[in-house]
Ligand binder design. Structure first.
Ligand code: CAA
Ligand code: FAD
Length: 383
């Protein structure tokens, strides 16, 4: 049964729930208001094993499956999505990418510190003129024999200012199009790495989003991931897994808002009874419960396919598309159920509503997920 969790997965879910309640809930409103990156809390997440959950134990990770990762993501995302996006990027883009496609030397040098949370990583694909159209890379990595000379600008980089390692996608041979793109491991202390100002955002305001400039950065050849020209495929493969993480984040946002709405609807009275006894409110809760459970099953399905070594590209896009749309729709409803109280920060649902919006945009917009799904459907390869 797709929704059934093992004892171990249930224990991870419970640990993440308790951690989020005890360590992330206090201060979440202030961090959101002041755009503060949760440095201490992210460090604690590393100590708890949440930053490298799927990395093998031999590289300092938790050695867990994708299902354990998504249940932890859901619980943490009910409370603090600036923390859960840092967790998602580090786990499913950076660590998974390094462990799956990196050399033994790269893993020893970079993965162990990233998996333990001692350091955090960033994934740098998007550019001012290459977002959805990710093959249009303007950043160049020119082959200079023993190193690549990296030049260009990446924007919207999550963990941009707080990371020690960037995985940078850049064009080496323009004539080869997307087959001339490389993925490079760039330690941020290399000369020429410049961190731009932090973005002032609608939601996930504590998340550390920056523009990054690479000015004549000399990246050693041994820092290339995979064969020459593998960079775009690397990005696509990594994003297929990343989208499961963001789908779990969207699920957590929806489920967190739903839990708050159920509680509030039982407490708040209007016209002589609790508002939950007004059918208009009860039916909203019924719709929320149904669609959130559908989103959860899509997330679990994608995680299960990945754990079973099957193709999960379309399943991850379906999970992200549906969970993101559910998060947006039902956080708006959660604010509505709270009435005026929903509109102020103290009740948390307005923050979840603002956070929901980004899940329809990053790691591929909802339109891009439909593009991936429709191409698969039309190719005749449904699953
Ligand atoms: N696995 C392996 N290879 C894949 C692949 C996959 N899942 N998807 C595509 N490819 C390969 C294709 O096979 C093709 O290679 P060949 O020509 O050698 O066969 C190559 O990639 C190009 O693919 P397309 O021809 O399909 O390229 P396209 O330009 O038509 O469309 C796209 C590609 C799906 C739209 C892609 O550009 C895309 O996913 N865009 C969205 C970008 C994105 O998600 N950015 C997220 C940034 S990270 C982030 O956002 C993090 C965060 O917020 C926290
Ligand atoms: P565009 O690609 O310009 O899209 C604009 C609109 O056009 C969208 O609605 C889009 O869906 C639509 N559109 C575009 N092409 C098509 C099409 N073919 N069919 C139908 N509709 C289409 N990127 C990283 O590399 N690393 C990160 O860590 C990272 N973190 C982020 C954090 C935040 C807070 C934000 C806001 C973004 C982040 N991103 C990151 C970038 C993110 O992945 C991009 O914003 C996203 O992929 C969309 O690209 P764009 O903003 O250029 O929009």
């Amino acid at each position: 049964m797709v929704g059934k969790l093992t004892e171990e997965q249930l224990a991870v879910k419970q640990a993440a729930r308790e951690f989020a309640q005890q360590e992330l809930l206090p201060g979440v409103i202030e961090r959101d208001r002041n755009m503060t990156f949760a440095t201490e809390q992210v460090k604690a997440m590393g100590e708890m094993g949440f930053m490298g959950m799927m990395v093998s134990e031999k590289y300092g990770g938790g050695g867990m499956d994708t299902m354990s990762y998504v249940v932890a993501m859901e619980e943490i995302s009910k409370i603090d999505n600036s923390c859960s996006v840092a967790m998602s990027v580090n786990n499913s883009l950076v660590c998974w990418g390094l462990e799956t496609f990196g050399t033994e030397e790269q893993k020893q040098k970079y993965l162990t510190k990233l998996a333990s949370g001692e350091q955090i990583g960033a994934f740098c694909l998007s550019e001012p003129e290459a977002g959805s159209d990710a093959t249009s890379q303007r950043t160049t990595a020119i082959d200079k024999g023993d190193h690549y000379l990296l030049n260009g600008t990446k924007n919207w980089i999550t963990n941009g200012g707080s990371s020690s390692v960037h995985l940078v996608i850049a064009q080496t041979d323009a004539e080869k199009g997307h087959r001339g793109i490389n993925a490079l491991i760039v330690p941020t202390d290399l000369e020429g790495v410049e961190i731009g100002a932090k973005e002032d955002k609608l939601g996930i305001r504590g998340s550390d989003t920056h523009t990054i400039m690479y000015n004549n950065v000399k990246v050693p050849k041994e820092n290339r991931i995979g064969e020459d020209g593998f960079g775009f495929k690397f990005a696509m493969k990594v994003l297929s897994g990343g989208r499961i993480g963001i789908a779990a984040q969207a699920l957590g946002i929806a489920a967190g808002a739903y839990e708050l709405a159920v509680k509030y609807s039982k407490e708040r009275e209007a016209f002589g009874k609790s508002i939950s006894k007004h059918q208009a409110i009860a039916f909203k809760l019924a719709d929320m419960a149904t669609e959130i459970q559908a989103a959860r099953l899509l997330v679990y399905n994608a995680a299960r396919l990945k754990d079973e070594g099957k193709n999960y590209d379309m399943a991850s896009s379906m999970a992200k598309l549906f969970a993101a749309e559910t998060a947006m729709k039902h956080t708006v409803e959660a604010v509505q159920i709270h009435g005026g109280y929903g509109y102020v920060k103290e009740y948390h649902v307005e923050r979840l509503m603002r956070d929901a919006k980004i899940t329809q945009i990053y790691e591929g917009t909802s339109e891009i997920q439909k593009l991936v799904i429709s191409r698969t459907v039309l190719s005749g390869k449904l699953y």
